[in-house]
Structures are given as structure tokens and as C-alpha cells.
Design a protein around this ligand. Structure first.
Ligand SMILES: C[S@@+](CC[C@H](N)C(=O)[O-])C[C@H]1O[C@@H](n2cnc3c(N)ncnc32)[C@H](O)[C@@H]1O
Length: 222
């Protein structure tokens, strides 16, 4: 981040009240441990959006240590969050942290792959959800969303984080590895899906590492 940009972030951070001291300490711990939790500027934007939308049932794919799930539950005291994590160490850390945050009664953590878990949730008739937050393997966003959409209600908010992949998504494929190129192509395919399919009204934002905010219209024709 350029020096000028950094000073803007520091200034805005200084003016932003903490939702709770516990959540602030949780953020600092995550940042110190280099856990890829939601960026501060993305959190500021989502705070405004979610205060307007006030979702009650949130599905998150990609828990990591449980920071964003705790942010949602702290910001929205009426909301229940279901979050999915496939890494066993992250999952254990999230369970512990959410207990420490005293949010276990409103945050359910499922262990496993995002797609497999959403398919199992559908079999259990879970949902409906009025918000879906995608924040796991970037190359799987389309399949995560396609699976989770059956549980989304009309007008649901779909938030996709890290869509720019440190700028790589916008850059032509002089990328270091085949894995990077695949991730870029998959993300572009996902972005084409949420911008071209008439069921979504999508805004693509530079905020943080890139954020897509979509509104899902269940009954729009394909
Ligand atoms: C960017 S981190 C999530 C950060 C978290 N949402 C936050 O802001 O606090 C992405 C997480 O997704 C998990 N993940 C990656 N692929 C996954 C998959 N297929 N299913 C579920 N979780 C996955 C990773 O293990 C990692 O912990």
C-alpha cells in the first residue's frame, strides 16, 4: 500500500468506533498472526451496508479463525450465522474464539468443504438465508454460490470478498504460475456470472482486495 493510501487508512481507522473491545482485540490478534481476515476498509463498508439491510440468517463460506462471523454477530445482535471451514486447525481456532467471544449460541461452525457442506445443508432443509458471504477458495466462488443459491431468499445479499486477488484478476496473464492463471480465469468466470445473470444486481468495488455486492432476485428469468 502506498504511503499516502496508508495514512488515509490510519486516519479513517482512528475515527471509526470499535463495535466492541473484544472484537477489536480479536482483529488485532488475527492481523498480528497474518490470518487473512476481512480488511478494515471492507469491514467499514459492510458495517454501513448491513446496518441498512439487517440480515437475520447469514451463511459464510470461509471461517478462518472466526473473525468475520464474530463481526456479523456483534454488529447484528438479532442475526444467526452459519459458517463453513475446511482447514482443521482453522476450524478448531474458530470454535475456541467464538466461545471466547460468547457468540456460540448464534454462530454455528461446520467443518468441511463449502460445496459439500452446502449440499448437506440443503438435504437438511436448512435456510433460508438473507445473506451469503463468500470468503474461501477464490477459484470455487461460482460453485459455492450455485450450490448455496437454493437456500437464498428473494432479495438476499451476496457479498464476495477478495475478488481482485491482489490485483491479479484485472491483469493479463503474465502471471507467475499456472495456479495463479487458473485462479484468475475462474474469478473472471465468476464475475461474469454475477454481472451478466439477470438474477443478480451486482456492484463491483475496489474496497479492500475487491468486494462484489450483489442482490439476488430469485424469480428473475434466466
Ligand atoms: C480469507 S480466509 C476467511 C477469512 C474470514 N472470513 C474472516 O474474514 O475472518 C479463507 C478461509 O477459507 C478456507 N477455505 C478454503 N477453501 C475452502 C473450502 N473449499 N471450503 C471451506 N473453507 C475453505 C481456508 O481454510 C481459510 O481459512
Amino acid at each position: 500500500m502506498a504511503e499516502e493510501e496508508r495514512s488515509v487508512q490510519v486516519y479513517l481507522d482512528g475515527l471509526t468506533p470499535h463495535l466492541s473491545e473484544e472484537l477489536w482485540l480479536f482483529r488485532l490478534t488475527g492481523e498480528k498472526g497474518n490470518v487473512p481476515i476481512i480488511k478494515r476498509e471492507a469491514e467499514r463498508l459492510l458495517t454501513a451496508v448491513l446496518r441498512l439491510k439487517k440480515p437475520c440468517r447469514i451463511l459464510e463460506i470461509g471461517t478462518a479463525i472466526g473473525y468475520s462471523a464474530s463481526f456479523f454477530a456483534t454488529l447484528l445482535p438479532e442475526a444467526r450465522v452459519t459458517t463453513i471451514e475446511k482447514d482443521p486447525d482453522m476450524y478448531k481456532a474458530a470454535v475456541r474464539n467464538i466461545e471466547i467471544m460468547k457468540l456460540s449460541d448464534r454462530i454455528e461452525i461446520l467443518f468441511g468443504d463449502g460445496r459439500e457442506q452446502t449440499e448437506m445443508m440443503k438435504e437438511r432443509c436448512d435456510g433460508p438465508f438473507d445473506m451469503i458471504f463468500l470468503d474461501a477458495a477464490k477459484s470455487h466462488y461460482k460453485r459455492f454460490l450455485e450450490s448455496a443459491l437454493d437456500m437464498a431468499e428473494d432479495g438476499a445479499l451476496i457479498i464476495s470478498d477478495n475478488i481482485m486477488q491482489h490485483g491479479m484478476t484485472a491483469n493479463e496473464p503474465e502471471l507467475p504460475s499456472r495456479k495463479h492463471r487458473t485462479n484468475v480465469l475462474k474469478m473472471r468466470e465468476f464475475l461474469a456470472f454475477i454481472t451478466e445473470d439477470p438474477r443478480f444486481s451486482t456492484s463491483l468495488l475496489e474496497c479492500g482486495d475487491g468486494l462484489a455486492i450483489s442482490i439476488y432476485k430469485k424469480h428473475e428469468q434466466d
